[in-house]
Design a protein around this ligand. Structure first.
Ligand SMILES: [Zn+2]
Length: 239
């Protein structure tokens, strides 16, 4: 079985865990699961967990990346390319305090990792990169340029990082069948939300479980019981 956990910020806010709490999560996951990145071989008869962080806000580079290295754990980072600058000269303290003012909707590039920081993490082996679109929009909204959001974000990341980008993470988890068909043209899989488990990397639609705001680490993988109870709902979304 493969559970993909979805994280956002690394500080106290409605879409985050404190850094202290995140470290407890990582220690617990390392002890109880086989941690994998997309398309890595899964351990049979074991619980495999993929850790994913959305939005590439600067707290990931400043707080989470050092924690991943400390515990020798890998994670997937989804990047909305329209918010990313080439590099940043503003101090880390200012970037973090600006991000904390608008933890969920900042459009200020200094609140996000820069391409030079993303490239450093990508080459470290601890962080894999996914596309999160260009402008972080709900793709099911009217008037969205789907080709731009889905294809351009991939091309931008591939040319900046010189590697293939195979995962697309749906902003807000929103998509429909037509959108998923376009994603399938350019990526191996699209990641959604929806409290579902996965059994391999083979399906083009990949489920994730929200792990923000979880203070009791044991309930992280207790999600397994909840999602197994809801397996019927997975079949409805089979593509
Ligand atoms: Zn997002």
């Amino acid at each position: 079985m493969l559970i993909t956990l979805l994280y956002h910020r690394a500080f106290e806010c409605p879409y985050g865990n404190t850094l202290d709490s995140l470290e407890k999560h990582f220690i617990y996951l390392k002890k109880h699961a086989n941690i994998v990145l997309p398309f890595e071989e899964l351990k049979k008869h074991a619980l495999n967990v993929c850790i994913s962080f959305d939005d590439a806000t600067f707290d990931f580079y400043e707080y989470v990346y050092p924690l991943l290295k400390k515990h020798q754990i890998k994670a997937l980072l989804s990047v909305p390319t329209g918010f990313i600058s080439a590099s940043e000269t503003i101090t880390p303290e200012t970037r973090i305090s600006e991000l904390k003012r608008f933890p969920n909707n900042s459009t200020n590039a200094s609140c996000y990792c820069s391409f030079s920081e993303i490239a450093e993490m990508s080459t470290s082996g601890f962080v894999d990169i996914a596309s999160h679109g260009v402008d972080h929009v709900n793709l099911t909204s009217k008037g969205i340029d789907l080709e731009k959001e889905i294809r351009n974000s991939k091309e931008t990341l591939e040319s900046a990082l010189n590697k293939k980008i195979e995962c697309f993470v749906y902003p807000y988890g929103r998509f429909n069948k037509q959108i998923h068909e376009i994603v399938k043209k350019y990526y191996k899989l699209g990641m959604r939300i929806g409290n579902g488990v996965n059994f391999s990397w083979d399906s083009s639609l990949h489920f994730r479980i929200n792990a923000d705001g979880i203070k009791k680490v044991a309930s992280l993988l207790g999600a397994r019981r909840r999602v197994l109870g809801g397996l019927k709902s997975i079949k409805r979304f089979y593509y």
